[in-house]
Design a protein around this ligand. Structure first.
Ligand code: SF4
Length: 408
């Protein structure tokens, strides 16, 4: 199901490397920190018949029994990704309505950037036609890495180089993302580069690990969640957003409606299915004019159509949430496979239900953890510090004319 940036031979190699590397780093003297994605939690929850929160608390017990220092939750860094994305969208929207220069033409549509399968395809195949439209905000995986190694490490009384940071993700392409040079930073000019994410385990690899240790995961004791970077409140509820791939379109739409047009939208947004359930749009009209037009666009079939429109100047969307996998990250290639007799469709439905169960839908700007990260560390969305730690750049891959023509 995954995006196709990685071949199956590379997948086998990466799988082997990751688990061995993770286990060997547990005894190398570094503090190992694990950050778990909400899509992986949902996959493990469905497999064992547990709730997402139980999976987080049991994974905390499991990883700590192996010597891990802290277990965090990437839905917390997703909320930082969302606040920065909202801020970037407002800037781009205003830019698109200002003087008609080259910059204003490239401001919209803004395209989400959390899916490395999509980024890899855009860099390799689409280059400068599309890259300027992709949001500069890093993905939740990279943002939690930046937060841990630039800020949270001080609270743990550790230096960044003393930490080995592992993420648990629904997707093999996240391994490629973690290995990008763009995600290595320097504390000072003499020091070695610090990698935001040292290695990535897929959800399936974590299941293999649990099984290899002969642990009965269902009856495993639950440990308190590490609060420094987790979206869990005092009552044990998980802060979340609507939508299984991160809720980008939903959150940015509500924020833009409020900030640009003074419209507070209550309840779920009314997405309209366009070609299929993986291509949906939502609009806001003010005085009979469509002022916001957003789309969710999942899977290569849909995204190829939309990039053709962008390339030919016929795309009238203001924002696109693009994900390479049909049905988004819950269906990522690194997730646990369906059980015998279970259809892929039934599994996705179960994952969707589990993912949104007991989630307290919250505006990321109101998340107390996010507020404290801005207060203590980043100042405000879009600040110089936020740009340095939470934003990135993309690189067109230069190819021969022949191969470019073949792609179109
Ligand atoms: Fe990975 Fe999600 Fe993109 Fe699929 S949609 S390639 S799982 S990030």
């Amino acid at each position: 199901a995954c995006s196709g940036c990685i071949t199956s031979a590379e997948t086998v190699m990466l799988e082997k490397q990751s688990l061995e590397e993770f286990l060997s780093n547990l005894s190398k003297g570094k503090a190992v920190i694990v950050s778990v994605s909400p899509q992986s939690r949902a996959s493990i929850a469905v497999h064992f018949g547990l709730s997402s929160l139980q999976v987080l608390t049991k994974l905390t017990t499991f990883f700590k029994s192996l010597g891990v220092k802290a277990v965090f939750d990437t839905s917390s860094s997703r909320d930082l990704t969302l606040t920065e994305s909202c801020n970037e969208f407002i800037t781009r929207y205003k830019q698109s309505n200002s003087i008609n220069d080259e910059k204003s033409k490239l401001a919209l549509p803004m395209i989400s950037s959390a899916c490395p399968g999509w980024i890899c395809y855009a860099e390799k195949t689409l280059g400068s036609y599309v890259l300027p439209y992709i949001s500069s905000v890093k993905s939740p995986q990279q943002i939690i890495g930046a937060a841990i190694k630039s800020h949270i490490c001080q609270k743990l009384c550790l230096r960044a180089e003393e930490i080995y940071h592992v993420t648990v993700m629904p997707c093999y392409d996240k391994k490629l993302e973690a290995a990008r040079d763009d995600f290595v930073f320097q504390v000072d000019s003499d020091s070695e580069g610090i990698t935001e994410v040292d290695s990535v385990l897929t959800t399936g690899e974590v299941l293999d690990l649990i099984q290899s240790k002969s642990v009965d995961f269902t009856t495993l004791e639950e440990s308190p969640v590490d609060k420094l970077l987790s979206n869990v409140d005092k009552e044990g509820r998980i802060y979340g957003v609507r939508g299984s791939s991160g809720g980008y379109a939903d959150t940015v739409f509500r924020h833009a409606a409020k900030m640009l047009f003074a419209k507070e939208i209550e309840g779920p947004l009314r997405f309209k299915t366009i070609r299929n359930s993986d291509f949906q749009e939502v609009t806001l009209e003010v005085d009979g004019k469509t002022v916001l037009k957003f789309a969710l666009c999942y899977g290569f079939r849909n995204l190829r159509n939309i990039v053709t429109k962008i390339k030919t100047g016929k795309c009238d969307y203001h924002f696109l949430e693009i994900m390479a996998c049909p049905s988004g990250c819950l269906n990522g290639g690194g997730q646990i496979k369906p059980k015998p007799g279970q259809s892929a469709k039934d599994l996705i439905q179960l994952l969707e239900n589990t993912y949104s169960e007991n989630v307290l839908v919250t505006d990321p700007f109101e998340n107390p953890l996010i507020k404290s990260l801005y207060n203590e560390w980043l100042e405000q969305p879009g600040s110089e510090k936020a740009k340095r730690h939470l934003h990135t750049v993309y690189h067109p891959v230069v190819k021969s004319i022949t191969s470019q023509l073949q792609n179109w």
